[in-house]
Design a protein around this ligand. Structure first.
Ligand code: SF4
Ligand code: SF4
Length: 334
């Protein structure tokens, strides 16, 4: 998958599409296999970027097990009291029990920088279905498999014994523990849809046309063009050593303003070092390519890259996985 961060509006439609489809069963209440967080920010689970895992110099790097609280509990609200208690405006919607102190996108739209040069952008995340998955290597039960045909990484819940070594090892902290079923669970890249030629729910439902789906080596499709031809889509935290298969087109912020409110081109609004810390040093070259192609179209020219990123024809973004899910008779559990 490729996600264009210049088009994400943080609407969480992808998050809800995923929730609706995959994580409504028992024990999954607090799970959000797809998250969209404001960056810079502490993320979900809280401070995941500092939790370790993955590989350093080819060797597994110790990782910390995120707690349920780091992800944010599934809060229980006083709906009955507010909607059916007959107390009018004397009661307000609030969380029952202990006050929450973290949750998905908790630091929404805070970002960083000082007025008038404050900045933020949204970072949607799913399991990266890595080429070198730390989760898979850490599992002593061989309960995690990477499908040969398309590289989707899946957990076999019948083999899982709930040791959670995978959660410690995944540097992206994209595995959840089901405390009812006592098994680990994670994004399945909508494989039952993929098997039928249908793109993932997060991609199809995205109103921003942020997400491209397809095989990495299909040279006729956008993924190959963005990752390998134009080289403007980069993995998140490549230094984690798992070789993610989700790639990001980095964000371009509006120009900085000086004290008089005039455009100041001397340095970018989003500091280069911050983007390098997320996407590695190659991000600076990718940004130059993107800005160059944008300038071309602004001057009245054509750019294959800009046309690709705009996604004029929505279904062309799905690398052939463009079948309408409504045309299929789905069976639950099939
Ligand atoms: S992102 Fe984490 S859970 Fe997903 S394949 Fe990579 S290491 Fe495994
Ligand atoms: S649905 Fe698309 S635009 Fe909305 S938050 Fe998700 S990726 Fe961003």
């Amino acid at each position: 998958m490729v996600m264009d961060l210049n088009k994400c509006i943080g609407c969480q439609t992808c998050t809800m599409a995923c929730k609706r489809l995959w994580t409504r069963d028992e024990g999954m209440e607090y799970m959000w296999w797809n998250t969209v967080n404001t960056m810079p920010g502490r993320g979900t689970p809280r401070d995941w970027e500092q939790m370790g895992g993955g590989f350093a110099d080819g060797q597994p790097r110790p990782g910390r097990l995120p707690t349920r609280r780091d992800f944010g509990e599934a809060w229980d609200f006083n709906h009955d009291e507010v909607f059916f208690g007959g107390q009018g405006d004397k009661v307000h919607l609030q969380v029952k029990g202990e006050a929450p102190d973290w949750g998905p996108n908790w630091d929404e739209d805070q970002g960083a920088g000082e007025y008038p040069n404050a900045y933020y952008f949204y970072l949607p995340r799913i399991c990266n279905h890595c080429t070198h998955p730390a989760c898979l290597e850490a599992c002593p039960r061989q309960a995690i498999v990477k499908r040969e045909e398309d590289g989707i990484v899946l957990i076999d819940e019948d083999r899982c014994r709930g040791y959670r070594f995978c959660m410690e090892a995944c540097p992206y902290k994209k595995i959840y523990f089901n405390h009812q079923k006592k098994v680990s669970q994670k994004c399945i890249f909508c494989f039952p849809r993929i098997d039928q030629g249908v793109a993932t729910a997060c991609a199809r439902q995205c109103p921003g046309r942020v997400r491209f789906v397809g095989y990495r080596d299909d040279q006729s499709a956008p993924i190959w063009k963005l990752v390998d031809q134009w080289k403007v889509a980069l993995p998140l935290h490549p230094e984690f050593g798992t070789e993610p298969n989700v790639f990001y087109v980095p964000p371009i912020a509006p120009p900085r303003l000086d004290a008089d409110g005039n455009v100041d081109e001397s340095k970018p609004r989003i500091p280069d070092e911050y983007l390098v810390s997320l996407f590695g040093p190659d991000v600076l070259r990718a940004l130059e390519v993107l800005k160059g192609e944008m300038a071309k179209t602004r001057a009245g020219g054509r750019s294959e890259l800009m046309d690709l990123l705009i996604g004029h024809k929505w279904k062309d973004m799905f690398g052939g996985f463009d079948r309408d899910p409504a045309s299929i008779e789905w069976e639950k559990g099939a």
